[in-house]
Design a protein around this ligand. Sequence first.
Ligand SMILES: [Zn+2]
Length: 278
Amino acid sequence: MPELPEVETVRRELEPWLTGRTIRTASRVLAPAGPKYANLERAAGQRILGVERRGKFLLLPLSKGDELVLHLGMTGILSPEKPSIHLRVELALSGPAPKTLYFKDARRFGRCLVVRAGDYASLPTLQALGPEPFDPAFTDAVFVASLARARGPIKPLLLSQRVVAGLGNIYVDEALFDVGIHPRSLANGITPDQAARLRRAAIAILERAIEHRGTTISDYRTVNGNVGGYGAELRVYANDGNPCPTCSTTIEKIVLGQRGTHFCPRCQPVPRKRRARR
Ligand SMILES: [Zn+2]
């Protein structure tokens, strides 16, 4: 599923193409009317002022006070090439070719809607989004305080987007491995020193993944049709059964919060204080 590095890669490729162009028509194709595609037609006749990102959301401010909000969900792809199946949205643009942006989404978790700029009442995840990992306001102290207040294990908390925006299953597993924290560890039992190392590890991993244009496990493609190159850098994610790159113990996979979770049982020891096994 596209996470921050993949969405940022898409943003960087869309920005020079879309900025300043007027949306001539915005059409749902194989997409249901309803909240995921709300008010889409309202984008017609508005100029795209920029291509921004918050967490895993793409935000395109428009010239008449609206904002086009795009989320790639699990399998969303934005492209100037018309897909043969699963086409959800078509935006016809002013200016030179390519003149159409297509939104393809096989599994229908994506969304593409128009809101008044900054009004995310219909998008609770976006409204409650925590700080951007690269924002200077996301300090060790802020992260330590968020973990101290939290309940439950660290991995689902990081996936929730409330403590920090943009992390998903791949990069959470990688960051927890980097600092030797078991994914089931209670967030409020993580020491300030561990939290500080985890914050820095997450930022460094996201930066490296952006340099590689993200990770392609299956569907993800950049706007230009490329696959992400970070897959070869993964140390635990999708590496279950392989030896740990640090200690050679076999990487394990468990299900935590309904998500496949990869870790090294030796480098990431089971937390001492824990609730009953699930
Ligand atoms: Zn290990």
